[in-house]
Design a protein around this ligand. Sequence first.
Ligand SMILES: Cc1ncc(COP(=O)(O)O)c(C=O)c1O
Length: 316
Amino acid sequence: MKKPYEPPSWASHHYPIPSHTFSLGHFPTPIHKWNLPTLPKKTEVWVKRDDLSGMQLSGNEVRKLEFLLADAVAQGADCIVTIGVLQRNLIVDRLVGAHIDLVSKEEYANVGSEVLTKLLKEKLLNEGRKPYVIPEGGSNSIGTCSQFKFNDIVVACSSGGTVAGLSVASRLSGLKAKVHAFSVCDHPDYFYEHIQGLHDGINAGVSSCDIVNIENARGLRYAMNTIDELTFVKQVAEITGVILDRVYSGKAAYGVMKDMRENPRKWEGRKVLFIHTGGLLGVYDKAEKIASFLAKWRKMEIHESIPRQQGIGKMV
Ligand SMILES: Cc1ncc(COP(=O)(O)O)c(C=O)c1O
């Protein structure tokens, strides 16, 4: 449902402020205390459950899409062009009828996401369509505005827009919580510059490095996991019941917990809000690799002499 967007008063002088938004996710998502083991003294960790913002569109991306899709409709678009990495969400994409153009890793690396989306846009324009391009991750000025809705202390993993929006919201709303971003793909230096560009794009008037602290949580490489990371995701699920995705929040939580272990003084007495950005479908992508970590199942032995009770259970 499309509705007019009223930015918070502290954000209203920024440009561009979207005029409309769609209601796509189930917001606000809950926040609860996260009883992670071996925290530094008097450190509290809370978790913002954006993974519960909806089944198919869970996570931070839906916050951006609420604004980006409203903008697409306002511009009269009849189709959306975007780009992303293959995971099991491909099944959901196909179920809802998305048209998918596959490129190889090498083509992606050589040509780059901007040119690839431009090529597809031009093709659609030639066919008489009205495409609207959402850049990779939805991280442009409009996508960044979506995070103005947050008002919390945050530890987030990111590849750009979410951190840019959270940090500027935290600063301008007076919350003044520092955003610790755990980068899962590129080097922190790249992100300091990139996030500064996003801040400048909305005239935020902030210096990114004053309000964001970016740590490297890439590990082996984007979307690849070490055994330690997978074991951590498994332990967190077992101990706390919170299922992290292995590509984003899993690596960020692994990174922040490692930092807490190595530098406990830095975190002692702090109250930390961790944003769970969803993305659970990524777990299925590595089902075989994870299998050896999972709780085991076994075939139940039922002696053939045990009589069947009529009317209970289904015949198969
Ligand atoms: C599940 C999930 N978490 C976190 C992120 C990172 O967010 P951003 O691209 O805004 O940095 C993404 C981006 O694709 C994501 O899909």
